[in-house]
Design a binder for this molecule. Structure first.
Ligand code: PAF
Length: 284
């Protein structure tokens, strides 16, 4: 595996690969790799000839400096995983290579409508940071395919919109959320949970599942009641809720009679850790 840190060396490598007509797959990550990332690599192996993983803890997408500081950094372990799964190139730039200007004054890319609702409301500037770094990686690496997890559903939808509206010739492949047996969605942030919190965390998905089951059988006017009951259950378990509601699967707006598929999106704090999860519901 080549480990490339410098943008100019990456560019040379990409120019060389492009001449061979090989298909490039990009998996953008912030490191601290887990089985969810491995699933993305396994999927990339089916679609592409050259797999590039980037590890960059992107300061532009953190609106909380403590969150940025606490983000787990496990470079050696990550490299072992990437080598084991035959990743061809690891792009591991440092901050100055990516943001030559200071971040506040840096050029950005934004998908306005979808970025400032739901998760974007709780974390102002977060999605602008995501779309800026992802665009930069797309420009530098020019992948044919790029792979993202469905756990960050709003992020996935925003990136699909970015691809469409900025005319990137990149196919986005999404991978279902990978879970522990107890239902907890794999996430780098789980490492920050205390022993007590690890036992409580699976309740988020358990309650999401139960809520979805109830929603399918209820009339519209009863749904709000179901959601409020679930929220209270989560609060009793110790979660502090940012978001727990249903949305149209395609637009992330309040579901209408036309919404065939809806999605329950949840984000909640457990102590100092922010967990997110979701479940798709086929409605009518
Ligand atoms: O989902 C993530 O890990 C990050 O938001 C991403 C896509 C790597 C951009 O920094």
């Amino acid at each position: 595996m080549y480990i490339i840190k410098k943008v100019n060396i990456l560019r040379k490598k990409i120019t060389h690969i492009k001449k061979t007509n090989k298909k490039i797959g990009l998996i953008p990550t912030m490191g601290n790799l887990h089985y969810g990332h491995i699933k993305l690599i396994l999927s990339a192996q089916k679609y592409t000839d050259i797999i590039i993983v980037s590890i960059f803890i992107n300061p532009m997408q953190f609106n909380n400096s403590f969150d940025l500081k606490d983000y787990p950094k496990t470079f050696q372990e990550d490299c072992m995983i990437l080598k084991k799964y035959n990743v061809d190139i690891l792009f591991f730039p440092n901050i100055d290579d990516i943001y030559s200007n200071d971040i506040k004054n840096h050029t950005f890319v934004e998908v306005p409508k979808l970025s400032n609702i739901l998760e974007g409301q709780s974390r102002p500037g977060h999605f602008r940071g995501v779309t800026t770094i992802v665009s930069k990686l797309f420009n530098l690496i020019q992948p044919d395919y790029s792979f993202f997890g469905e756990k960050d559903y709003q992020q996935l939808l925003i990136i699909k919109t970015l691809i469409k509206e900025l005319n990137y010739m990149i196919k986005i492949i999404s991978i279902p959320t990978v879970r522990l047996k107890n239902g907890l969605a794999l996430s780098s942030r789980n490492n920050n949970l205390s022993i007590r919190e690890i036992k409580v965390a699976p309740y988020l998905y358990k309650i999401i599942k139960k809520t979805c089951k109830k929603i399918i059988t209820k009339d519209n006017h009863e749904i709000e009641k179901v959601i409020n009951l679930s929220k209270n259950l989560l609060i009793k378990k110790g979660f502090s809720i940012d978001l727990f509601n249903i949305y149209d699967y395609k637009t992330l707006m309040t579901p209408t009679k036309k919404s065939k598929t809806i999605i329950l999106l949840a984000s909640a704090w457990l102590g100092k850790t922010r967990l997110i999860d979701n479940k798709k519901i086929f409605f009518r």
